[in-house]
Design a protein around this ligand. Sequence first.
Ligand code: SF4
Length: 473
Amino acid sequence: MQVSQTDFMNFLRCPKSLWLLKLKPEVYPHGEFSDYAKKIAAEGYEVEGFVKDLIASRPDATAFSFQSAFQADRGLYARADFTRDNGNGTINLYEVKSSTSVKTGGQHNQIKDVAFQKIAAEEAGARVARVFIVHLNRDYVRDGEIDPEQLLVFADVTQDVSEIEATARSEIDSMLELLGRHEIDETSCDCLNLSKGNHCDCFDYFNPDIPKPSIYSLPRISKSKLQRFVAEERFDLDVIGLDEVTDRQAPVLRAAQSRSPVIDHAEIAAFYSRAEYPIYFLDYETYSSAIPLVDGARPQAPIPFQYSLHIKRKPDDIELEHVEYLAELPAMPLALIEHMERHIGGVGSVVSWHAAFENTQNRSMAGLYPEKAAFLSNLIDRTLDLEDLFKEGYVDIAFGGSTSIKKILPVLAPDLTYEGMDVASGTDAMESWARFISMKDGVEKDELSEAMLEYCRLDTYAMVRIFEEMERL
Ligand code: SF4
């Protein structure tokens, strides 16, 4: 069996999941190769293009080869983004990443990634002298044509690789031993003892008898408490006592046990006591790319390119005002800020969903344009996060333990839906804008523009409807 560096990284994330993928691909719950993953892959190729340009300009350009493949006898297969023949029987390995630093921990440990390549290359007969990760310079600011020399960082990770090489070799041995087995225990998996955030798409396959909802729906459950419930085989929320959960978990438990929403009127009232009319429902869409699109932008730094604003001037307003902005050309967000300045007055609350995102954009735009900092800081000060209401104020088990607007909207306003929309997520919006700004004028461009506006408009209108539903309570 051929085993690639992607397989190795998957093994490090979860051996059982890799086994299922390789040995029983027909039952593996393949998620869609998401648009975001496609964007990351496309960015990798884009960065590689600049690496090629840079290398072509070097006096030793002919020593480099791109996409060198190494196949070892025991199945290890690696494809280096490029290699350098040092002329003395050794090569250097280069791995291109679209990140702005070398990632050394967690699920995306790039040192382990290149260690696999080095081991595979050496087992295939190569002598590897040095290993590099080529990544983006986070401090690079575009100014005219992209300058590959300034954009790219060649990080020599030879020493880092040698420090973990023995560990990586023994992990590779374990992976090959596992993949040599025709059977494993498929009746359970380690995530039984871990909270929902750790679960992958295989959880239901390995644990088909876990009810829904279950103890995994309880927010911020501690490892020790979860392990106790698991040891006692108490997965169903009906057999968990209120005295066994925290204040944050109690509403979810009560909602599950009563099969009806749990409403904390005092919590909701406290939220509304802070809301001041006129109320501005605000949502941004942002774009980030490995290669900065416009002058003034940095690699992977998000730039707001669109916003939607619904304005409710007084509590009994039936007809709301709506304002929207969509950048038609790649540009830094000054025009967007100036557009907002014309439509967001100096008093009244700003309501967003998961407002930390909007406020992060406001802070970063204030850093870019000090002359706009007072306006943007004022927006931050006036912002209320509608998502907060669904942490304790209103909890329905139909939300599945989530506070995402996409889970809450179908329950509270079932006539509004994102389903079937051409642009139906922030990732769709990002990908659509990248296409939109490079399209020629015409019907197709107009349709895409309308789809993007419709999506962002629904984001803020959904907030209005949820706000009004909750206000009724
Ligand atoms: S749910 Fe967790 S332990 Fe189970 S297969 Fe997925 S990652 Fe592995």
